[in-house]
Write a protein that binds this ligand. Sequence first.
Ligand code: 2M8
Length: 467
Amino acid sequence: MTEKPPVSRNSTILGATLRTADIEPIALAARAAYVLRGNSGAGMTRAAPQLYPHQWSWDAAFVSVGLAHVDARRACLELDGLFAGQWRTGMLPHIVFDPEETGYFPGPDTWACAEHCADAPSNPRTSGICQPPVHALAVHRMATIAAHAGGDAADALEKWLPGAYQRMLHWHRYLAARRDPGGNGLLTIYHGWESGMDNSPRWDAPYARVQVGRELPSYTRRDTDTVADASQRPSRSEYDRYLWIVEELKAAGYDDGRIPAAASFLVTDVFMSAVFAAANHALADLGRRMGALEVDELEGYAERFRAGVAASVDPDSGLALDTDLRTGRRLQVQTIAGFAPLLCGGLPPADEQRMVELLLSPQWTGQPSLRHPVLPSTSPASPAFRPRAYWRGPSWPVMNWLFAWTLDRRGMHDVSEPLRQAALSELADGSLAEYYEPVTGEPLGSRDQSWSAAAALDLLLASDWVK
Ligand code: 2M8
């Protein structure tokens, strides 16, 4: 057999243009599985080997989808590990800390959750905020993968599902009641970290008003030890604000009843709300299969949040926008979060079509300068676009996965399939990076990032959703 030569392409690393070889899909799948195995610790997968050596909430959900392709039981254990950190209120914290690992900042001593709030578990120790509720979406996907595999995988999922369903129900009820007390169909967040898109330009205006108090304890960052190019990471003044808000939340006892009056950062997050709408619909579907009694309640949440998201679309930019609850102003930025309605539905067909056209336009995936037609985190046409700076411009494999998979589920194969292909071309360098410079295709941030590996696996092995 003659060996096919590797596909080569150019990439720019530290100013030098190198020729790198793309790897074959089979090698990418093997490497992704190897990365997930390598990042696996006692009952949890580190979000990244050095940069994020603990379990992050939405990372764990995406990771479980990847794991489901290789070991369904391990995929279930991953989420059990995460739910072990669930608070008595139902809140699912954004980090569950590995007690053996002391090299991450801000760690459990900074959060000091159990010391400030009786609802927080003392073992495992956790952070005091949450992240987008993608878990029911992930479990729905895991169930499909396991059913497809049959045998032990299907049995494992079936046995595990009823317990997981109850924990997710508790989580969803927390979000619906405590994060949308007015019933407006939009979730309120207390920290940019809750959005998962830490330094997105979405949060520039609300962060600009956060006054960092002198009492902020002095600290040493660890993230810039791993990512040597500090300009890719949030700046020092951004970090000060992130940590100051943690102090405010601690002082309010991590109490959802007190935080809205106390926290200087308070916004409604349209992306998180859309994820929540879609996740409620997915959880209702899982519940229906089990004969659960809460199906109507969950479909009710789905409908409420779909409507909240649809009402957030800005007629000028055509994107859904977040609102700063401190000023009442809509946050006018062009980020990936603006496509939130495509994740959950709810727009009139003509408006949805316009949004799809915008996604495919030169302002987004159709921008001719992009290395691959992927979704950058900020529009390349926006003045806020910074192609190397974390959530300010780079393309994130896991976001490409989320949009490709969701659009496929919603029947938009002509949009999802090119996005899936583009995401795979970007990942074909094999580094499984945290994020990519969208113009050059250069891998950035952490390498061997767990959720990038999981996304690669599902994008490659998506035989049931590729028509
Ligand atoms: C990033 O967030 C953490 C803080 O939670 C960080 O910057 O240290 C974000 O990309 C977040 O969405 C992600 O879950 C986390 C781990 O991958 O890293």
